[in-house]
Design a binder for this molecule. Structure first.
Ligand code: HGY
Ligand code: MN
Ligand code: MN
Length: 409
């Protein structure tokens, strides 16, 4: 009985090796590695009886037709892009598990009152252009065309990256789903947190997805000779940034439910005997309540400016990405909860601190999420892991969920 779940785990292990880095898993938007991942996963979709294509922004789409050619659509999926030095489950679990559900229908030659569309989103993490959800923004018709002008660290614009990938940046609207045809979206994803493990449960139903703000803070001082410039005559940009990094942590610890992270920092010109003239830090701020997140961002900006004026540094804060907190669909989550109760002796409902494409899909259709226990809640790291038994429970729950929806159709 474990064969489909075992196959999911095997496929996750195969996909792990498609990376733009030789020694770790990194797959970023519109990269050659993403193209290879789309080819591999697209083949699995076709084996499961789906028609496949890659849309104009790079989402991998597999469609398992329903009984009616132009009937309604249930969308399942998650993302195929990763962070740098990623774990193997974050994203691919939701895509490959959805393919397994369709594969079982295909093997039984079963057609449903609706089509199933499985999506491997092109960019949920936002690593390359610092704005997440590019794929789901295109699929929901909510893409911000201004983002096409963004440049990556190599100066390549998003517009050119999409073209180089084989997409068409002038036709992003063609990727959009017709919301009238969509009955809902379900994403299966590792929890990326410790709750399910603490409760010793395989799966949980997500109630809401925290809102997030990503920004860049730059500190500009003055370069100088490390050996000849007295300490009291320096305008050291890196010291200002370093003071800000610690201030972010101290501030976030003081607000219940707030998380704030500086994941990137640099120093320019970047030589050991030169006082840094400029330092840029990334900042990622999240909270379940948007008003708390927004006021936290105001406080943190003021903190950066206070450090800047005290140290005679110029400070610039640029917000790169904003996504509101999103409640999951009560109706769909209630059905999902019924499916969980059939497979697990206890139902748990929990919020997501991590962002997910479900937050964007919720703008056009009822969206729900199923969390799967992951070891010690570790994610965004190669130590990320989920176990076969939990994946099997999740697969059974999603299969049951699909059948319950079909009976209601
Ligand atoms: O960063 C996140 O919340 C997610 O993993 N994209
Ligand atoms: Mn994810
Ligand atoms: Mn992630």
């Amino acid at each position: 009985m474990n064969i489909p779940a075992r196959k999911i785990m095997q496929r996750i292990d195969v996909l792990l090796h498609i990376s733009e880095d030789s020694d770790r898993l990194t797959r970023t938007f519109a990269s050659p590695a993403m193209s290879r991942a789309n080819d591999l996963v697209g083949g699995w979709m076709r084996e499961a009886g789906m028609e496949t294509h890659v849309d104009t922004i790079g989402n991998l789409i597999g469609v398992y037709a329903g009984e009616q050619p132009d009937g309604k659509i249930l969308v399942l999926g998650s993302h195929l892009d990763t962070v740098r030095n990623a774990g193997r489950f974050d994203g691919p679990l939701g895509v490959i598990l959805a393919i397994a559900c369709v594969e079982q229908l295909h093997e039984r030659k079963t057609r449903l009152p609706f089509a199933i569309q499985v999506v491997g989103f092109a960019d949920e993490e936002g690593v390359r252009y610092q704005t997440a959800y590019l794929g789901s923004r295109a699929l929901t018709g909510t893409f911000n065309l201004k983002d096409l002008n963004r440049r990556d660290v190599n100066g390549i614009s998003m517009r050119d990256a999409i073209r180089a990938f084989g997409g068409n940046p002038t036709k992003l609207n063609t990727a959009a789903l017709d919301p009238q045809r969509v009955i809902g979206y379900l994403e299966t994803h590792i929890e990326q947190g410790p709750i399910l493990e603490q409760k010793n449960l395989s799966v949980g139903v997500v109630t809401a997805i925290a809102g997030q703000t990503r920004a860049r803070v730059s500190f500009v001082g003055c370069a100088g000779h490390a050996g000849t410039t007295p300490m009291n005559m320096r305008r050291d940009a890196l010291c200002g940034a370093a003071e800000f990094v610690v201030a972010v942590e101290t501030f976030a610890k003081s607000i219940p439910g707030l998380v704030a992270t500086v994941g990137e920092i640099n120093a320019m010109p970047g030589a050991s005997n030169v006082i840094p003239a400029e330092s840029r830090v990334s900042i990622d701020v999240r909270h379940a309540e948007d008003s708390i997140r927004h006021s936290a961002c105001v406080e943190l900006k003021a903190k950066a400016e206070e450090i800047g004026s005290r140290r005679n540094l110029q400070v610039q804060v640029e917000t790169g990405h904003e996504a509101p907190a999103v409640a999951c669909s009560e109706k769909l989550s209630a059905l999902l909860s019924e499916a969980v109760k059939q497979r697990q002796n206890k139902l748990i409902q929990l919020p997501s601190g991590a962002g997910h494409d479900a937050a964007i899909m919720a703008e056009i259709t009822p969206s729900a999420m199923l969390f799967v226990r992951c070891k010690e809640g570790i994610s965004h790291d190669p130590r990320e892991s989920a176990d076969l038994q939990d994946v099997r429970v999740a697969l059974d729950v999603v299969n049951d969920f699909i059948q319950m929806l079909a009976q209601q159709a």
